[in-house]
Design a protein around this ligand. Structure first.
Ligand SMILES: [Zn+2]
Length: 222
């Protein structure tokens, strides 16, 4: 079991990585960790995720009400709370605006084609949630139908949200989405996508099932 201080240090560390790896710009993005059943440790609003100190973080309850911290909580906390509510297995959530994946989200294209074996094993597929204004309950509602079966979701004209059983996993899922988006973009540039057959996808889903509690939808065909 990690201490609260260790969780604070981890959020600061992965916030720096988000910024250094250009998955966010300026004050974009937010990260959170579920400390226990009723307490979420979250990044503050209006602050670069590359410049945070452990004391800048805020603790809120499961309804988003601030319990401690001198700064104000991220305006996008509602999507984090929705994921924690619907997914008892999730202990960390990361939201960012990675340029290539967000480009797909802005083009209205989900990253759900069976193009890469590794992606099917790690994420299954990355669906696209409809656009709603950031920070509103409507955005959380748009994500709601997708949360149960996906660890990474594109949000139309906005960005990406990922989750995991710990912060490292949630962060790596964000890197994976952006990397996959770049690969998918190259297939568009080449003018051809050779998707895996249903048989091959089924074998990969079996591998995924061994490592995850749930299997997400993957399309093997056009
Ligand atoms: Zn955002």
């Amino acid at each position: 079991m990690k201490t609260e201080q260790q969780h604070r240090d981890e959020i600061v560390h992965f916030g720096k990585l988000l910024h250094q790896n250009r998955l966010v710009a300026a004050t974009d993005g937010n990260l959170s960790v579920r400390l226990d059943r009723g307490r979420i440790l979250c990044t503050p609003t209006l602050m670069s995720k590359g410049l945070m100190q452990p004391d800048d973080l805020v603790i809120v309850d499961e309804h988003g009400k601030k319990m401690s911290g001198s700064r104000e909580v991220s305006s996008e906390i509602a999507m984090h709370l929705l994921i924690y509510c619907r997914r008892p297995d999730v202990k960390a959530v990361v939201h960012a605006h990675p340029p290539t994946a967000t480009g797909y989200a802005a083009a209205g294209i989900a990253l759900d084609r069976a193009l890469c074996s590794e992606i099917i094993v790690t994420l299954g597929s990355v669906p696209l949630a409809s656009y709603e204004t950031p920070g509103t309950p409507e955005l959380a509602e748009a994500l709601a139908p997708l949360v149960a079966e996906h660890d990474a979701i594109l949000m139309a004209n906005h960005g990406v949200v990922t989750c995991g059983t710990d912060l490292l996993t949630a962060y790596m899922n964000m890197e994976t989405v952006e990397h996959f988006a770049k690969i998918a973009l190259v297939t568009h540039l080449l003018g051809r996508q050779q998707t895996l057959s249903d048989q091959h996808v089924d074998k990969l889903r079996e591998i995924r099932l061994k490592y995850h509690n749930h299997v997400t939808a993957v399309s093997g065909k056009d």
